[in-house]
Design a protein around this ligand. Structure first.
Ligand code: WT7
Length: 712
């Protein structure tokens, strides 16, 4: 790590001072304790587990997770570090993920509900898929993928599916064949899907004609046409598109079926009725799936997850942190299009043989009581969602939960920092004071939880994700790679000192970027095969309180977390620049009471172009087309010039401060400090006129704004 020059050291000093100030202003929250009833039934309540997973037991401790699975061949090496930081877990082992999630439960639980699907229309029937039924469906679809699509072990198939049971069926069918699935969030645009098809070079796209969202049957198949056109522009030809139909016999899309390319699944599937496909015994290290996520540069990263390590990690964490018992009714209200859904709707719960609930639609449709009616009707015991949903439900229906007779024993929050106020509503009102809450910090790259507590052993503290998960050893490092004193409350970059089984294997097709993004910054010794030399850099800011609990402060890179969805600034800006009139574009986060953060775009127009609402609208639409509705900016500001450094870089930190009414900081080094005043006046007076009033920011929010753009 090169040492900073004096001026740099000074900058770090002043930064430290302000970071510790943040810590000082951070009110310590009181603990909440699990009930005796919860502890009495918990999967883990004996503190000896902490010893079993202590650092001296690493990496063998993870045998305990791997032993939750059924292996065709047991492994000989728990962790192979010979090609660090490309870790290999459970080397020599062979298993099949589909077998582990389906077949092995048949002997005892054939007719138990594996998946309960709740359609969005409330008058539609709930669909119960037993383990036996899941087995039949997975086998038939696997036969179709193999024999009709020609997919072979090691190929990639892209899915662009909403929350319908065909999605987990298709995932498990791929897993059965050793085909790598790459599910793209259904809410993403056709263009975004096409880019991911091209990057993974998939020949097969699995999609659906439509799905229900907010009371409407969405036309989804049109996105497949856009996706295929985009993939073609990038040189990848899709051979076949498999189209499920949301309502059998009806077609919800206006998009024509292309002969020879597009096929209705319900028309071909009868040819594969009663077909069985032997699960392919895969090496533990074989990739199970790819999940794309945003980072600092424009191109999304295909996070490649393994079969053995990943499945062991999600099974273990589902058991110990989600406290899943086979007899539970577990509802994770995330979308399977995100990693949370892969790990904690599909693979973790099904590996443990429990009942997992899938809800198709919007949590507030048709009203704010919907989730609680689902919970009551199905007898949900365990509930899992994100702060953005909790904020929405609190806003639109603060008294709704009390009207329904459901009882959770366990609840999860994931995806972004949760405000203590919101946490308390979740605990008191949603959980009725009876349910424990686990706050789980992790990322698409991680496979499963990194920062969280064991619910029966670690008391809860609102706003903190708790200590680290078992076998995870974090440290907070400063910019120079010095360790920030543990428990000091001083903020820095949170890193994980050791590998763990759920860690992604690489970025699909880009191993250099994998090393560069996550390991280069803090690597102690190039070429080392000792894991201790390779701390994992999570790209999140965090602080550790005296009691060892971590508080996550948000991204330190140029990623905007909107409702728990990661959006890269470069992706947003590239989309804006596709509008002809736009000369320059900058994306920044603005705090939002429901979504955590929202996107604001700043653009300047080309010479000769009149700034107009029309141009601003074009930018919004382009972002929606290129990325999806989640990325739609809250405001698009057209400015005459952007604050820039002398080398011409746009100062996103300054713009972000303007959008959030926070102190713009030192601007004396800018090439054009005068424009700051102009932009500030223009934007803030317009915001006030629109009723977007400033409010005091939490320490985590302040941190995000203050550091925004500093990773460039
Ligand atoms: C980023 C990862 C894997 C979960 C879904 C999001 C933020 C995630 C928490 C939490 C505070 C959190 C981080 C992280 N984040 N969970 N409990 N508390 N922040 O996965 O899209 O890969 O986003 O979400 O900033 O880096 P993702």
């Amino acid at each position: 790590m090169p040492k900073k020059n004096d001026a740099g050291a000074e900058a770090v000093e002043s930064e430290r001072a302000s970071e510790s100030q943040i810590a000082v202003h951070w009110r310590e929250e009181d603990y909440f304790f699990p009930s005796a009833k919860f502890i009495g039934q918990a999967n883990v309540s004996d503190p000896s587990i902490l010893e079993r997973f202590s650092e001296s037991k690493f990496p063998e401790c993870f045998k305990e997770y791997a032993d939750l699975l059924s292996w065709d061949e047991y492994w000989h090496t728990t962790l192979d570090t010979s090609n660090a930081p490309f870790w290999k877990w459970f080397v020599g082992g062979r298993l099949n993920a589909s077998y582990n999630c389906v077949d092995r439960h048949l002997a005892t639980d054939r007719n138990k509900a594996a998946i309960i699907f709740v359609p969005e229309p409330e008058d539609a029937d709930t669909e119960v898929i037993t383990y036996q039924e899941l087995y039949v469906r997975v086998n038939e679809f696997a036969a179709l993928l193999r024999d009709f699509c020609g997919l072979q072990t090691g190929d990639v198939a892209t899915f662009h599916m909403p929350m319908v049971p065909d999605l987990p069926v298709a995932m498990l069918a791929c897993a059965r064949l050793g085909v790598v699935h790459s599910q793209v969030f259904g809410g993403f645009s056709g263009a975004a899907c096409g880019g991911r098809i091209a990057d993974s070079k998939s020949k097969i796209l699995v999609t659906i004609d439509g799905y229900y969202r907010n009371g409407e049957l969405q036309d989804h198949k049109v996105k497949a046409d856009e996706a295929i056109a985009r993939a073609l522009e990038e040189g990848v030809v899709v051979d076949k598109v498999l189209v499920f139909r949301r309502n059998p016999g009806e077609y919800a899309s206006k998009s024509p079926m292309v002969p020879g390319r597009d096929f209705f699944v319900d028309e071909i599937l009868p040819d594969y009725k009663r077909k069985l496909v032997d699960p392919v015994s895969m090496p533990a290290e074989a990739p199970l799936f790819i999940m794309y996520s945003s980072g600092t540069t424009g191109k999304p990263k295909g996070c490649q997850h393994s079969t053995g390590g990943y499945l062991a990690y999600v099974a273990g964490t589902s058991k110990y942190y989600q406290d899943i018992h086979p007899e539970d009714t577990y509802w994770c209200a995330a979308d399977i299009g995100w990693i949370t859904g892969h790990s904690y709707i599909v693979y973790g719960p099904l590996a443990l043989g429990t009942t997992t609930v899938m809800y198709e639609g919007v949590p507030t449709y048709p009203d704010a009581g919907r989730c609680w009616r689902i919970a009551e009707r199905l007898g949900v015991t365990t509930f899992h969602t994100a702060p953005t949903t909790i904020r929405t439900l609190r806003k639109v229906g603060p008294d709704e939960p009390a009207k329904y007779n459901y009882h959770f024993k366990h609840m999860t929050t994931v995806g972004e920092p949760i405000e203590p106020e919101v946490w308390r509503w979740y605990y008191d009102v949603v959980g009725k004071g009876e349910a424990v809450i686990v706050d789980t910090w992790w990322q698409t790259e991680n496979g499963g939880f990194l920062g969280t507590g064991i619910p029966a052993l670690n008391p809860m503290k609102p706003g903190s994700c708790g200590p680290a998960a078992l076998g995870i050893f974090p440290e907070i490092l400063d910019e120079d790679g010095e360790v920030v004193t543990a428990g000091s409350g001083i903020a820095g970059n949170i890193c994980i000192r050791n590998p763990w089984p759920g860690i992604f294997q690489t970025i699909w097709g880009d191993p250099d970027r994998f090393v560069k993004t996550y390991y280069e910054k803090y690597n102690h010794k190039k070429g080392s095969t000792d894991w201790r030399d390779w701390p994992y850099f999570a790209n999140d800011g965090a602080m550790q309180a005296e009691d060892g609990y971590y508080r996550i402060l948000g991204r330190v890179d140029d990623v905007i977390n909107v409702s728990g969805h990661r959006l890269g600034t470069k992706e947003l800006e590239s989309a804006a620049l596709m509008v002809d009139e736009v000369a320059e574009a900058a994306a920044v986060p603005v705090v939002d009471d429901v979504r955590g953060h929202a996107v604001e775009m700043y653009i300047s127009v080309k010479p000769g172009v009149e700034p107009s609402q029309e141009v601003a609208d074009k930018v919004s639409r382009m972002i929606e087309t290129e990325i999806g509705k989640v990325a739609r900016p809250k405001n698009v500001w057209i400015v005459t010039d952007m604050p820039k450094t002398r080398s011409g870089k746009i100062m996103r930190r300054v713009i972000a401060s303007i959008s959030n009414f926070t102190d713009v900081g030192d601007i004396t080094t800018l090439a054009n400090p005068d424009v700051v005043e102009d932009v500030l006046h223009h934007v803030q007076s317009e915001k006030l006129a629109r009723g977007e009033l400033p409010r005091e920011l939490s320490p985590a929010e302040l941190q995000t704004i203050k550091n925004f753009g500093s990773s460039e």
